[in-house]
Design a protein around this ligand. Structure first.
Ligand code: AMP
Ligand code: ZN
Length: 434
């Protein structure tokens, strides 16, 4: 089956805005069935039909993660509970989790978006697609599952972890494409190597879909090199369904964000005004197709920018730059603002560096220090102390040039850093808070 929705994906800007205005007016009416938007909008005199042109979306208030938490669990539900068929939820580290409800129609629309996205990344109904991630409340499992089936490819719902089993599935069924989080794929490669296997030679893999966590361009290139595949960036968040929100096309030049399903804004997180086109700010999204629980002007906290120029693939939906981090990922150490992705970008360019790293912030003798533990490739982790010493100094210098803080570098053996089954934990803050 072809999942190239040409008419929608190549709409003119005017055409896209027309669809958005119509859908937004409709969705305001639906959202007002929920206790939260019902009270809020009635109090502000907002009614369906209030939107005449797309800029009018700015008349509506933002919705934040805190609003979701404060109204947990049912406050945003816009339809009868009996018509809700599934929920997904992200496990908050503090307070209530974020829960999102879906109707049957919502799930079908979501599957279409994922199928469209997979097609955009070159996956076809002839592919064998292994979905390597947790099936449960995390949206990557079921989200991709229904999208793969909608596309018509053969799905292998492999689940997360158990690398030997993943490899066996790949070899037994001739897996050609797979989805996984990038931090897992580099570890999976190490298991291939330790089994005496080479994924380039011993598998039929040609495409990976990677996402769910921030990763650098360098990390992507490494994955491509290790497995002999093209790896496409996939962006999504449970509040906007999950995967299928924005995806790279064969040009790998940013993520097309599906503007018939979402209104996308990028704002300055302090002034809350739109940033000038092309500048980095916080992504704000409105879901246009979800009926059980629409979210309007949701502040994602993800930082990105619109990429200028049209894409040679012909799709007109705007492209987002790789997510550089979340506004709450940033940490301040010795007066400098640092994003973990800056450090990853530096590390992945150094050939001796292995697959994993861990940033720890720690108070040592009353000073806050930036400690970076870096896995070194096995062939480098030898007894040659001079060589390791030179490498330590080189990594220190390059990170200092990038983030303006001199880190303490600790080289460690491959596989020795703690591993999580889900998204990678990149930063641990042990500082003494005064
Ligand atoms: P969750 O809703 O728990 O699946 O988490 C969604 C969050 O994961 C997003 O808001 C982003 O912060 C992050 N995320 C998802 N996909 C990507 C991606 N391709 N690149 C960077 N961060 C991502
Ligand atoms: Zn494109």
């Amino acid at each position: 089956m072809l999942y190239w929705e040409k008419e929608i994906e190549t709409l003119s800007r005017k055409g896209i805005e027309k669809v958005q205005v119509e859908k937004l007016n409709h969705i305001i009416g639906i959202a007002m069935q929920s206790p939260y938007y019902g009270n809020l909008y009635a109090g502000m005199g907002i009614k369906p039909g209030a939107i005449e042109k797309i800029e009018d979306v700015r008349k509506l208030p933002f919705t934040t993660k805190q609003d979701l938490r404060n109204n947990f669990p049912w406050g945003f539900l816009s339809i009868d509970k009996k018509d809700v068929v599934r929920l997904h939820s992200s496990s908050g580290t503090t307070g209530n989790p974020t829960v999102i409800f879906h109707s049957k129609e919502d799930l079908s629309n979501w599957a279409n978006l994922v199928a469209r996205s997979l097609f955009t990344a070159g996956i076809r109904d002839t592919d064998v697609f292994q979905n390597i991630c947790g099936y449960g409340l995390f949206t990557g499992g079921l989200g991709f599952q229904y999208g793969i089936e909608r596309l018509g490819a053969l799905s292998i719902p492999a689940g997360a972890g158990n690398s030997l089993r993943q490899i066996k599935l790949m070899m037994d069924y001739g897996t050609t494409a797979a989805h996984a989080i990038p931090s897992y794929l580099t570890r999976l490669y190490d298991v291939f190597v330790s089994e005496g296997l080479d994924p380039r030679r011993d598998t039929k893999l040609h495409t990976f879909v990677i996402g769910a966590e921030p990763h650098s361009e360098e990390h992507r290139r490494r994955i491509e090199e290790m497995f002999g595949v093209k790896a496409y960036n996939s962006f999504g968040l449970s509040e906007m369904n999950g995967p299928g929100v924005a995806f790279e096309c064969s040009y790998q030049n940013g993520l097309h964000i599906w503007e018939d399903a979402y209104i996308v804004e990028i704002i300055d997180p302090i002034s809350l005004e739109p940033v000038p086109d092309g500048e980095v700010g916080e992504l704000v999204m409105t879901s246009l197709d979800r009926k059980a629980m629409p979210l309007i002007r949701y502040r994602t906290r993800d930082l990105t920018r619109f990429l200028p120029e049209s894409c040679p693939c012909g799709r007109t939906h705007r492209r987002l730059d790789r997510i550089s981090g979340r506004s709450d990922d940033m940490f301040i150490v010795k007066g400098c603002n640092v994003f973990p992705m800056q450090i990853e970008g530096v590390l992945m360019k150094i050939p001796e560096v292995g697959t994993d790293y861990l940033i720890t912030l720690e108070t040592i003798k009353d000073n806050d220090e930036l400690i970076v533990e870096v896995e070194v490739k096995r062939e480098w982790f030898s007894g040659d102390l001079d060589k390791l010493d030179r490498l330590t100094r080189e990594i220190n210098r390059r990170i200092r040039d990038e983030v303006l803080v001199s880190p303490i570098i600790k080289l460690v053996e491959p596989g020795s850093l703690p591993q999580s089954e889900g998204k990678a934990v990149r930063v641990i803050d042990k500082r003494v808070k005064i």
